[in-house]
Design a protein around this ligand. Structure first.
Ligand SMILES: [Ca+2]
Length: 211
């Protein structure tokens, strides 16, 4: 079997053989420059009871578990139309407020060898009645002592949420601070975006050594 493949390959025109060889070399180079990403965290909001234990939320300087808020927003687990599995997170901006609303994950550890390297956060979102540009996903960094090091890319809305009603993937990507020992995923919303709803599912946090 392998002999016949080898024989037929031997009959390929020289130009085609060279093209295949060049393509193979390019693929190998790309693989060398982009090591396989390492999964730091995943969250599909599955297997969670009637609440979302690990997410918190803040408004006007008050931070508490995400499900502890009733006004001006409400965070729940939603089983109506998740991107995958049986559930997703739903953030309903019920009444207009002032300033910013922040709904955030718990801390995600960054191993020492990945600090200062690239990070990529992927999430699936859909929205209803959200003002364009009013909500975005950012990645807040903290050092080993818990001190805030600021957002990746200095941007609280590194991945803006489009206002569409279909599930779409958003990606927040950038270089980590060399001291970043943990990350917090933060959905930041203008409090005056209400009324509107944001759904979130299938979050993936990836890191990769960049040489
Ligand atoms: Ca899910």
């Amino acid at each position: 079997m392998s002999l016949s493949i080898f024989q037929s390959a031997g009959r390929w025109p020289v130009r085609l053989t060279l093209a295949v060889a060049a393509l193979t070399a390019a693929t190998v180079n790309a693989a060398a420059l982009a090591p396989a990403p390492i999964i730091l965290d995943e969250d599909g909001f599955e297997g969670v009871p009637a609440y979302i234990p690990d997410w918190g939320a803040g408004y006007q300087g008050v931070y508490k578990p995400a499900t502890g808020w009733k006004e001006p927003f409400r965070v729940t687990l939603d089983k109506e139309d998740p991107h995958s599995g049986l559930a997703c997170m739903r953030i309903a901006f019920a009444a207009p407020g002032e300033g910013l609303i922040r709904v955030h994950s718990s801390g995600i550890a960054v191993p020492e060898n990945l600090r200062g390297q690239r990070v990529r956060v992927e999430a699936y979102v859909r929205g209803q009645d959200l003002k364009p540009g009013s909500v975005g996903l950012g990645v807040l960094q903290k050092d080993a002592a818990g001190k805030t090091l600021g957002y990746v890319g200095l941007e609280p809305k590194l991945a803006p949420v489009a206002a569409g009603e279909d599930w779409i993937k958003i990606t927040a990507e950038g270089l980590l601070n060399a001291q970043a020992a943990s990350l917090i995923l933060m959905f930041t919303a203008e409090a005056d975006t209400a009324p509107g709803i944001l759904w979130v599912d299938d979050i993936l946090v990836l890191s990769a050594l960049t040489e």
